[in-house]
Design a protein around this ligand. Structure first.
Ligand code: BES
Ligand code: MN
Ligand code: ZN
Length: 521
C-alpha cells in the first residue's frame, strides 16, 4: 500500500476519512465536511452511539448531500491522549475499517489540533506507519484468491497542514516498517521453507546494505567447541548455522586499531574483540527453525506453532537491516544460532552431557529446553569475540512466560538497571511493552545437576526465571538483557499495528533503543 501526504483539503468526491474528537467535537475540516453534507455528521452524532471515542468508527456509504463515495468517521479520542502510538492505532483502525469495502484509494483529513502531545506532522506520519503495519499480509501460498479477497486499498493519502515535514518523518518510519515486514515474512514461513540454511541465505541479503555477513558451518562450530548448540541440531537432517551480522556505522573497530588508534587489539580467536568507545552493541537471537521438542517430543496439538521458534533470530536480522538501511551511526553485531530441533536415531538423548563453548558442562534433562542450549554458546561466542558494550538476546524461550504475562508484555531480565530501563522505555514508545522479572541466585538451586555443572531445566515453578538464570551463566560481566518473546512474537487475533500472525516484535523496540541511546549524531 502506498502512503502519501498532501495538503489538507475538503474533498467533494472519493472516499474520505474524517476525525471526531471525544464527545462529538468536530475539528475544522470535519466541520467543513459537515456543512458540505448539509449537517449529516452532526445529525449522525446526535442519533447514535458514535461519539468520537478512541477505537470508534462509523462508515457512511454514499452519504446524501454530496458526491462522496464514502465517509469514514473515526474517533480521535481526547486530544491530550493523541500521541504517536494513538495515531498509529488510528491509522491501523482506518485501514481495517476501509479494507472490506474494496475502494482503491482513500483520503484522510487530519487537522492540526491544539493540545496533542505530538504535532500535526508527527501525527500524520505515525498514522501512515500504523496503516502500513496493519496492511501487512502473508498470502503468498494462496493460489485461489478471488479478486474480492485480495486487498484493494492501494493508496492512502493523508491530508495535513504539514505535508512536507510529515513526508520526511514518514520516510524513516517506512524503512523500519520494511524491516518489520521482512522479519514477519521470515517468521511466517513454514519449517520446510525456512531452515537453518535458508534463513542464513535470507540474512546474507543484508550484504546489499553494507552489512558484513559471516555464516559458520557445523564443522567450524565443532572446531570452536559449540557442543551445546550442536547437540540440539544433532537429530536434524538440516545442518546448524551460526550467522554473524556486522553493521559498522562508526567504522570498523579493527580498522581503527590498525591505524594505531586507541583501543587494544585482543588476542582471542576471532581477533575482532576490542574494548573501546566503538565496541559494538550486540543482539543475539534464538533461531530454532522448528522445535518438535526432540526426543522429549511435544504433544501434537499446536506443534505447528513451533515454526515461529526462530522469531528472536528474525527480529535480530530485522533490526540490523533497519540500522543499515538508515545508515545508523553505531556499531552493532547481530548473531543468530540456527538449528532445527528434531527427534531421530542421531538425536540428543535426555541425560546426555554436553560441554559448552564456555567449558561449562550441561546435563540435558529435557531436549525441549533447547533454546537456552543454543543461546548459551552464541552468547559466549559474541561476548568473547566482540567484547560488546552490552548484549540483548531475544528468544521465544518459555511457555511459562505466557502463563505469567500473557500476550501483552514480553518478559525482560537484565543484569543492569540502566539497560533494563532503556529497553523498557523504548518498548513503551513503540508499543512493544516489556515487563521486568527478577534474576537471583536463589533460583540456581533448581538447575543443579548430579553429574554436570548444571542441568537445562528446573522444576515447574518460575520456569522463565530459571531459564534466564541459566543464560546468565554465559555472559560473564557483560551488561546483558534477555527478552522472552514467546507470548508476543505471534498473535492469533488482529492487533493495533499487527494483523494476526507474526508481529515482528523486537525490531522496532531495538531500533528505537539504539536511536534514543547510542547513535552518534
Ligand atoms: N520454544 C519453546 C517455548 C514455547 C512454548 C514458545 C510454547 C511458545 C509457545 C521452548 O523451546 C520450550 O519448549 N520450552 C519448554 C521448556 C521446558 C521444557 C522447561 C516449555 O516452555 O515448555
Ligand atoms: Mn523447546
Ligand atoms: Zn523452542
Amino acid at each position: 500500500m502506498q502512503i502519501s501526504f498532501a495538503a489538507l483539503d475538503i474533498p467533494k468526491t472519493g472516499v474520505v476519512v474524517a476525525g471526531v474528537i471525544e464527545d462529538g467535537v468536530l475539528p475544522p475540516t470535519t466541520k467543513a465536511l459537515d456543512d458540505q453534507l448539509g449537517g449529516l455528521i452532526t445529525r449522525t452524532l446526535k442519533g447514535g452511539r458514535f461519539r468520537g471515542k478512541k477505537d470508534q468508527s462509523l462508515m457512511l456509504l454514499s452519504p446524501a448531500g454530496g458526491g462522496l463515495d464514502a465517509l469514514l468517521l473515526v474517533g480521535l479520542g481526547k486530544e491530550s491522549a493523541l500521541g504517536a502510538l494513538r495515531s498509529e492505532a488510528l491509522g491501523s483502525q482506518i485501514y481495517a475499517a476501509l479494507a472490506p469495502h474494496g475502494h482503491a484509494e482513500a483520503y484522510v483529513a487530519l487537522d492540526a489540533l491544539a493540545g496533542t502531545p505530538v504535532d500535526a506532522a508527527g501525527l500524520a506520519a505515525s498514522l501512515g506507519l500504523g496503516a502500513l503495519l496493519r496492511a501487512y499480509r502473508f498470502d503468498k501460498y494462496f493460489t485461489k484468491l478471488k479478486d474480492e479477497e485480495k486487498p484493494a486499498l492501494g493508496s492512502l493519502v493523508i491530508g495535513t497542514p504539514e505535508a512536507a515535514r510529515a513526508r520526511t518523518l514518514f520516510a524513516s518510519m517506512a524503512t523500519t516498517a520494511d524491516a518489520v515486514a521482512f522479519t514477519r515474512d521470515l517468521v511466517s514461513e513454514p519449517g520446510n521453507v525456512i531452515n537453518p540454511a535458508t534463513l542464513a541465505e535470507q540474512a546474507r541479503s543484508l550484504a546489499d546494505l553494507g552489512v558484513e555477513v559471516e555464516v559458520l558451518s557445523e564443522k567450524e562450530m565443532r572446531k570452536l567447541g559449540m557442543n551445546a548448540l550442536l547437540g540440539v541440531a544433532q537429530g536434524s537432517a538440516n545442518e546448524a548455522k551460526l550467522v554473524v551480522l556486522r553493521w559498522c556505522g562508526l567504522g570498523k573497530p579493527d580498522a581503527a586499531a590498525k591505524k594505531g588508534k586507541k583501543g587494544k587489539r585482543t588476542a582471542d580467536k576471532g581477533g575482532d574483540g576490542e574494548a573501546g568507545a566503538d565496541s559494538p552493541l550486540a543482539f543475539i537471537g534464538k533461531g530454532v527453525t522448528f522445535d518438535s521438542g526432540g526426543i522429549s517430543i511435544k504433544p501434537a496439538a499446536n506443534m505447528e506453532d513451533m515454526k515461529w521458534d526462530m522469531a528472536g533470530a528474525a527480529a535480530v536480522v530485522g533490526v540490523i537491516r533497519a540500522l543499515a538501511a538508515r545508515k545508523a551511526r553505531v556499531n552493532a553485531v547481530g548473531a543468530i544460532g540456527l538449528v532445527e530441533n528434531m527427534p531421530s536415531g542421531q538425536a540428543q538423548r535426555p541425560g546426555d552431557v554436553v560441554t559448552s563453548l564456555s567449558g561449562q558442562t550441561i546435563e540435558v534433562i529435557n531436549t525441549d529446553a533447547e533454546g537456552r542450549l543454543v543461546l548459551a554458546d552464541v552468547l559466549w561466542y559474541v561476548k568473547d569475540r566482540f567484547k560488546p558494550k552490552l548484549m540483548v538476546d531475544l528468544a521465544t524461550l518459555t511457555g511459562a512466560i505466557i502463563i505469567a504475562l500473557g500476550h501483552e508484555h514480553a518478559g525482560l531480565f537484565a543484569t543492569d538497571d540502566e539497560l533494563a530501563d532503556r529497553l523498557t522505555a523504548a518498548g513503551a514508545a513503540v508499543g512493544e511493552p516489556l515487563w521486568r522479572l527478577p534474576l537471583g541466585e536463589a533460583y540456581d538451586k533448581q538447575i543443579k545437576s548430579d553429574i554436570a555443572d548444571m542441568k537445562n531445566v528446573g522444576n515447574r515453578s518460575a520456569g522463565s526465571i530459571t531459564a534466564a538464570q541459566f543464560l546468565k551463566r554465559f555472559v560473564e560481566g557483560t551488561p546483558w538483557a534477555h527478552l522472552d518473546i514467546a507470548g508476543v512474537a505471534w498473535t492469533t487475533t488482529d492487533r493495533e499495528t499487527a494483523p494476526k500472525g507474526a508481529t515482528g516484535f523486537g525490531v522496532r523496540l531495538l531500533d528505537r533503543f539504539v536511536a534514543d541511546n547510542y547513535e552518534a549524531r
